[in-house]
Design a protein around this ligand. Structure first.
Ligand SMILES: Nc1ncnc2c1ncn2[C@@H]1O[C@H](COP(=O)(O)OP(=O)(O)OP(=O)(O)O)[C@@H](O)[C@H]1O
Ligand SMILES: [Mg+2]
Length: 387
């Protein structure tokens, strides 16, 4: 499986590129005759990751993706596919790269109109030099993956937009490349069909584990598909993170405006909103638990057993009990813990309580408290103090 890495990528269209870059970095207009489309962009896409690039029209997304597969030469910077320096390849080597390592899926499908669905799908493996029988086998298999079995002999004009894009996807899959580059691949589709294609891509990705760079200006699409999302603005990447990270801590106002209308409860997770909690071990003395309650001015204290939450100690009960009482005898169960990766929509019925959050091994990572929970679900997103 292939990783992709971009370092210091810049692309200037027009004249005097060095000067345009210098001016842009200083925050000035690039100057007449030059457009800075990509500016100082760096990121790594891990093997098997779906990396979404999102941004308004003109922010440089298409330019960036075309630099990744060598269709454009960057003004500065470097692209690596595993250990290969894509930016140093010759034209011939680049064609090889696009045939064997990276396939592109376009917004307007780019199918061969006078060829059948099957011909279109086997084009990639044929160009790459697969024997015809093998190319056909791969094409048939890829068409099956996208649900087009039985449509092999049709022509593109006989298909709906969604089906045409399935052919586009099948063509990329038949090529058998590790990397898929998808530039607004679903943007031209009707909303319902678009949703279908997204589901299908998620399903296929679960089986195939490709390294995908997916460009979109649709935030919901970005969140549905992306393991991580990079937000571009005027050629720069202004933030990279998971959907939840971006929602919870947008890097600036531009990003905050982008994510303003998202249903946060379905994206944010308990682990993100949980705050560290003082707690005491069940085997410890009551005296120590009481100290913690007083020191931190708490009404109740989570009690753990080897890190796992087992209940709550009420301060009133702790104050009244004889000093040699075992903690275990004073516990009451408290709210059921939730997993750190649970989204907040599962919480809405328990807003009034402190909910313990546990990691994959059942250990307490913190508490989701009512005020931070409500703040996280509110439209602002930005933390009060630390943003
Ligand atoms: N071949 C070119 N020559 C000159 N300028 C270009 C060229 N290609 C792109 N640009 C400019 O570079 C900037 C970034 O364009 P790009 O197409 O990468 O943006 P985008 O984010 O893909 O936009 P969209 O969402 O509209 O597809 C824009 O200002 C665009 O006009
Ligand atoms: Mg574009």
């Amino acid at each position: 499986m292939t990783s992709l890495r971009a370092d210091g990528l810049c692309k200037v269209f027009g004249t005097r590129p060095e000067e345009a870059l210098r001016r842009s970095r200083a925050g000035d207009p690039a100057g007449a005759g030059a457009t800075v489309a990509v500016l100082d962009v760096g990121f790594t896409v891990e093997p098997g990751e779906t990396f979404v690039v999102m941004g308004l029209s003109g922010s440089g997304k298409s330019t960036l993706i075309r630099i990744l597969n060598g269709l454009l030469t960057p003004t500065a910077g470097r692209v690596r596919a595993d250990d290969r320096d894509v930016t140093a390849l010759t034209g011939r080597e680049l064609r090889g790269l696009r045939q064997r390592t990276m396939s592109m899926v376009f917004q307007h499908f780019a199918l061969l109109p006078h060829r059948t669905v099957l011909d279109n799908a086997e084009y990639g493996p044929l160009v790459r030099g697969d024997p015809p029988a093998r190319a056909r086998e791969r094409a048939v298999e890829a068409l099956g993956m996208v649900g087009l079995t039985g449509w092999e002999d049709r022509f593109p004009a006989q298909l709906s937009g969604g089906m045409r894009q399935r052919v586009g996807l099948a063509r990329a899959l038949a090529a058998g490349t590790d990397v898929l580059l998808m530039d607004e691949a679903f943007s031209a589709l009707d909303p319902l069909i678009k949703r279908d294609m997204q589901d299908q891509l998620v399903r296929l990705q679960g089986e195939l584990g490709k390294t995908i760079v997916f460009i979109t200006h649709d935030l919901n699409e970005a969140m549905r598909l992306g393991d991580r999302i990079a937000v571009m603005r005027a050629g720069r990447i202004v933030q990279v993170g998971t959907a939840a990270e971006i929602l919870h801590r947008p890097a600036d106002d531009y990003v905050a405006r982008f994510v303003r209308d998202v249903d946060r409860s379905r994206v944010l997770t308990a682990g993100l909103v949980a705050e560290p909690a003082v707690h005491a071990d069940r085997a410890g003395p009551l005296r120590r638990a009481l100290e913690l309650l007083r020191e931190h001015d708490l009404d109740r204290l989570p009690i753990t057993d080897r890190g796992r939450p087992v209940g709550l100690l009420e301060r009133s009960a702790a104050e009244l009990a004889p000093p040699d009482t075992a903690l275990a005898d004073l516990l009451h169960p408290g709210p059921e813990p939730v997993a750190a990766d649970r989204t907040l929509d599962g919480f809405l019925g328990r807003v009034g309580t402190d909910t313990p959050v546990v990691d994959g091994t059942g250990r307490l990572v913190g508490l989701v408290r009512p005020v931070p929970l409500l703040r996280a679900l509110g439209a602002g997103g930005q933390e009060d103090g630390d943003a």
